[in-house]
Design a protein around this ligand. Structure first.
Ligand SMILES: NC(=O)C1=CN([C@@H]2O[C@H](COP(=O)(O)OP(=O)(O)OC[C@H]3O[C@@H](n4cnc5c(N)ncnc54)[C@H](OP(=O)(O)O)[C@@H]3O)[C@@H](O)[C@H]2O)C=CC1
Ligand SMILES: Nc1nc(=O)c2c([nH]1)NC[C@@H]1CN(c3ccc(C(=O)N[C@@H](CCC(=O)O)C(=O)O)cc3)C=[N+]21
Ligand SMILES: [Mg+2]
Length: 286
C-alpha cells in the first residue's frame, strides 16, 4: 500500500475560510472583530517566527490580532500583570502565551493566570479538566487540528486501536482524551514504554508527538494505519523532519501527514477557530 498524503496545508486553508466567514458574521453582529493577543517573552528565533505567523494569520481572517513582545528578562510578576490586563480588556477574546518561557518564569503560574474563557490554547487546568470529563470548552489546538485531519481522512475511530506516543499536557494527553471521547481504544505511550515497536504495530491510528527524528520506524506501522506525525525536529542539515520515518511508513500506511505541511498548519488554523469560539461564547452566542 502507498499511503495517501493528509495535506494539512490544504485542510488548514479550508478551516481558515470557514473561520473567516464566522469572523465576518461576528463582526457584523457585534460591531467589533474577535481579538487575539499573543504574548512572547524573549527572542527565541523559532518562537519569534511562530508568533508573527499567528498574528498574521489572525489578520488574514479579519480578526484583531496583536503580538506583545516582552524582553527576555521580564519577571513573572510583570508577565502576570500583562495577563491580568488582557483578562479584563473586553476587546480581548483570546490570550496565548508562547511556550517555552524563560527559566525565571514558572510556567504553571502563568498558565493558571489566563482567564479560562480566553484560554485559546486550552492549557488552563480548568479547560484540561473539562476535556477530561467530557465537557470540552477550549481544546488544545494541535490535538484538535489532528482530529480534524483524521476526520478529513474518513477515519473510523469508534472501536479503533489508537496509540499516542508522547504524554505532554499540550499534545499527547489531550490527543488521547479526544480519541477516547471519539470511542477509540487508546494507549498512551512514553519514554518508559517497554517495546514501543510492538505497541505501535497494534495501532490503527498512530499519533507521534515526541520530538525525535525518525523514532517511529517503518516496520512499526500496521498495514493500512493512519499516521499523524506531530513531531517537528530540525535535521542536521537544517531541514524539518517529523518523528516518523516517512518514506518507510508511507509504503504501509493508508494515510500519513507530511512534515512540514501536516499538523503544523492545522495548529495555527485551529487557534483561529478557538479564538472565534471564545469570542462567541463570551458574548453569549455560542
Ligand atoms: N506541529 C505542531 O503544531 C506542534 C509540534 N510540536 C512538536 O511535537 C513534538 C512533541 O512536543 P511536546 O509534546 O511539547 O514535547 P515534550 O518534550 O513535552 O514531550 C515529549 C514526550 O515524548 C516522550 N518521549 C521522549 N522520548 C521518547 C522515546 N524515546 N520513546 C517514547 N516516548 C518518548 C516523553 O516521554 P516522558 O513523558 O516519559 O518524558 C514525553 O511524553 C516536538 O517535536 C514538538 O516540536 C509541539 C507542539 C505543536
Ligand atoms: N502557547 C503555545 N501554543 C502553541 O501552540 C505552541 C507554543 N506555545 N509553542 C511552540 C509550539 C509549536 N507550535 C507550532 C505551530 C505551528 C507550526 C507550523 O506551522 N509548522 C509548519 C512549518 C514551520 C516551519 O517551516 O518552520 C509545518 O509544519 O508545516 C509548528 C509548530 C505551536 N506551539
Ligand atoms: Mg513541551
Amino acid at each position: 500500500m502507498t499511503a495517501q498524503i493528509l495535506d494539512g496545508k490544504a485542510i488548514a486553508q479550508k478551516v481558515r475560510l470557514e473561520v473567516r466567514e464566522g469572523v465576518a458574521r461576528f463582526s457584523a453582529a457585534h460591531g467589533r472583530p474577535p481579538g487575539l493577543d499573543v504574548l512572547l517573552v524573549g527572542e527565541d528565533p523559532a518562537s519569534v517566527i511562530y508568533t508573527r505567523n499567528k498574528e498574521k494569520a489572525s489578520h488574514e481572517v479579519g480578526m484583531r490580532g496583536r503580538l506583545h513582545r516582552l524582553s527576555a528578562d521580564t519577571t513573572e510578576e510583570e508577565l502576570l500583570g500583562k495577563i491580568a490586563a488582557l483578562n479584563t480588556d473586553p476587546s480581548v477574546d483570546g490570550i496565548l502565551v508562547q511556550l517555552p518561557l524563560p527559566k525565571q518564569i514558572r510556567e504553571a503560574r502563568v498558565l493558571d493566570a489566563v482567564d479560562p474563557a480566553k484560554d485559546v490554547d486550552g492549557f488552563h487546568p480548568v479547560n484540561a479538566g473539562l476535556l477530561a470529563t467530557g465537557r470540552p470548552a477550549l481544546v488544545p489546538c494541535t490535538p484538535k487540528g489532528s482530529m480534524r485531519l483524521l476526520a478529513e481522512a474518513g477515519a473510523h475511530l469508534a472501536g479503533a486501536r489508537a496509540v499516542v506516543v508522547g504524554r505532554s499536557n499540550i499534545v499527547g494527553k489531550p490527543m488521547a482524551q479526544l480519541l477516547l471521547a471519539a470511542h477509540a481504544t487508546v494507549t498512551l505511550a512514553h519514554s518508559r514504554t517497554r517495546d514501543l515497536g510492538a505497541v505501535c504495530r497494534e495501532a490503527d491510528i498512530l499519533v507521534a508527538a515526541v520530538g525525535r527524528t525518525r523514532l517511529i520506524q517503518g516496520d512499526w506501522i500496521k498495514d493500512g494505519a493512519i499516521v499523524i506525525d506531530v513531531g517537528m525536529n530540525r535535521d542536521d542539515d537544517g531541514k524539518l523532519a517529523g518523528d516518523v520515518d516517512f518514506d518507510a511508513a508511507r509504503s504501509r500506511a493508508s494515510w500519513i501527514t507530511p512534515v512540514p505541511g501536516g499538523v503544523g498548519p492545522m495548529t495555527i488554523a485551529t487557534l483561529l477557530e478557538n479564538t472565534l469560539h471564545a469570542a462567541r461564547a463570551r458574548v453569549g452566542d455560542g
